[in-house]
Ligand binder design. Sequence first.
Ligand SMILES: [Zn+2]
Length: 220
Amino acid sequence: MKKFEFTEPKNTPISDNDLINDIISVANVLAVNTLTMKLYSENGKYDVTNIARRFGTWSKALSKANLNPGNIINYSDEELFENILKIWQQKGKQPVRRDLSVNPSTISEGPYNRRFESWATALKEFITYANQNENEVLSEKDEEIIVNKTTNRDPSLRLRFKVLKRDNFSCCQCGASPAKDNSVELHVDHIKPWSKGGETVLENLQTLCSKCNLGKSNLD
Ligand SMILES: [Zn+2]
């Protein structure tokens, strides 16, 4: 005897949960913590304006899905690279994808995927960027104050990366390395202080751990 089977009627209303679950699954697939209406409509199952109407606004729907109701922040390449260097500096070695979701990273994987397609490409682009040569140009502000300087006080990302890489991401004085001890914090330091005429160039910069850096500034 043939069993009766339940067929869902075409006009069965879609529940709030169906909508929220689809928003969550789209966010998971794209690895983002927020979604624009456009991004959802390109990837989701349901009509985005209907969802917004159902929950009042699109932001409210995002909140229900535990997503960030804010707008997607478009980070500049420099900001994305700066975040990579920050993690690299703290770890003392090349970051991996999961480092993006924990301190000191402040940018999650989503923005990297949107900008570079994948984390691996983002890393490659970072290294290409950091290895490029640059002509350090003085900002106008510094030029007005210090006339006898040829460099800015703060080393650029490229310069910091070069210094850290040259010093194998370890302290020049005591050899401490965050790769071996994650309590070690590295700084890029002027050997001859900038305030005493030292320039911000590779030869006048060194990697120091926070302890040695502190000892040095006490001596100064
Ligand atoms: Zn040290």
